[in-house]
Design a protein around this ligand. Sequence first.
Ligand code: FAD
Length: 568
Amino acid sequence: MTMTLSPETRADALQDLQAEELDVLIIGAGVTGAGCALDAVTRGLRVGLVEARDYASGTSSRSTKLFHGGLRYLEQLDFGLVFEALKERKLALQTLCPHLAKPVKFIYPLQRRGIDRIYAGLGIGVYDVMGAGRGVPQHFRHLSRRKTLELFPSAERTALTGGITFYEGQVDDARHTMMIARTAARFGALVATSTRVTGFLREQDRVVGVTVRELETGTEFSIRAKQVINAAGVWMDEIQEMVGGRGQFRVRASKGVHLLVPRNRINAAAGLITRTEKSLLFVIPWGSHWIIGTTDTEWDLDLAHPAASQADIDYLLDQANSLLADKLTRQDVVGVYAGLRPLLAGESDSTSKLSREHAVASPVPGLVMVAGGKYTTYRVMAKDAVDAAVRGFDRSVPPCRTEDVPIVGADGYLGFWNARCQLAGQWGLRVGQVEHLLNRYGSLVEELIELIREQPELGEPLDSAPEYLKVEAVYAASHEGALHLDDILARRTRISIETWDRGVAAAAEVAQLVAPILGWDAAAITREIEHYRLRVEAERESQHQPDDLSADAARLGAADVRALLSGR
Ligand code: FAD
């Protein structure tokens, strides 16, 4: 039996968090905090992880979703960072989460004759050598103009003179982060979402724990711990201010926006990466859609709900259209999401020139802060933060083990994958449905099949989002820690960005399915559906505003469901 993140285990974790002194308490269940929890608990420590909203509800559900070395860092001659990230890419693809992370093929289009092939070819060649044999199916390849157009028929013919292909890793970041937290819970970490840190417990100059507000009920309590790790991403400074002062470094936010368009709007057998004036442009296959991103602009407005403006969307469409023969329009945009890069504050004014390298510091005894870095290197960040936290312990603590600790669902995944045709017959599902489940749950798929056996109608697709089965909504609530419709529609599934109505119809269907698990009565069902509808409305409204200020104001028209419940 695998550890579940059920409402009952959450309730038990909340009890235990109050009852004992922990070795390490981590603030924030983005990929960094979840990674810290897994790192610390697999060293034999007593660990707690508290998250104000949902797993990955901050930046970690809103990235470009690549495990990558970062071509941009190569250009900045940051070989150390590229090398480290390529090692992590291989680990993810081959060992830690082959069920979730997949290789994806990209074309780097060449525009200027001669010079581009030399310059880009050299860069991608070095990149390939640094990552040689590191978990991807093929080395880089130079393509003629004709071959490039064969692979990417939708490309604007006059916009390219050839191309170079290479591979990166791709992951559903929100599912991956939640599954790291679930793996930590499996080893005994106490994890609780909807639990916001509101202050610190101090003894003289030492931090000895935190005070929290449980947002489902509004209850407040304290958690004692020998060490607290602040892994709050762009909220880092806010938490540092609770202990007084800003800590040893600051974190600033840079907004990145992505769009989703239907897969049939671009005819191509590979993704596309190219440089733009300000950042990089990615066009990446994502199930039955393409993800197009991203922007890179300073953001100092609401951190919880960064809003994409009309200007962001137009910018991305313009950038993509400069390479596409059949131009995309606003009507092609199915979904939009915006995230905030937690950047270490540096000397440069331009956010895209700031390094993504991370920093760890201990501003006061008992408190460690970790920030910066990127999704790909979360495991290294977690190791460095936990190393710093245990330095002051009066007993020896084993070193980091996470290189050898696969994420739940990885164990046996490849066997299930090879057997998928037989399993489809046994389970009464189509092969495509079994593949979909295996790539989202790995070997945990058996738990979903068990639920279908008990209730066969759960094996049917959702009426309003047929790429997902009903059982996935139920499982999100019973096994994956989802507490609200938002959690299910935006992070356990991606219905909120993959359907034309942004999940409004699915909200009603899913609410009925999960109500018995989450203990919702008729009033709670109505409240959840209404909240979700308002959220979608506010997001749509913000995306028609000309700039960040007006987009932010429009988005703030719908409050966070957790803030509503707790009266804040
Ligand atoms: P977060 O995910 O933001 O987690 C912090 C958590 O702390 C949040 O969940 C928040 O709710 C919680 N929190 C805040 N305050 C409190 C409190 N008081 N109490 C309790 N909890 C609290 N990296 C890559 O490697 N590959 C990519 O393709 C990539 N693309 C990106 C694209 C964009 C547009 C952006 C914005 C970033 C991208 N990144 C990428 C970077 C990567 O996504 C981030 O570095 C990473 O997700 C940061 O994770 P984190 O855990 O540090 O922060």
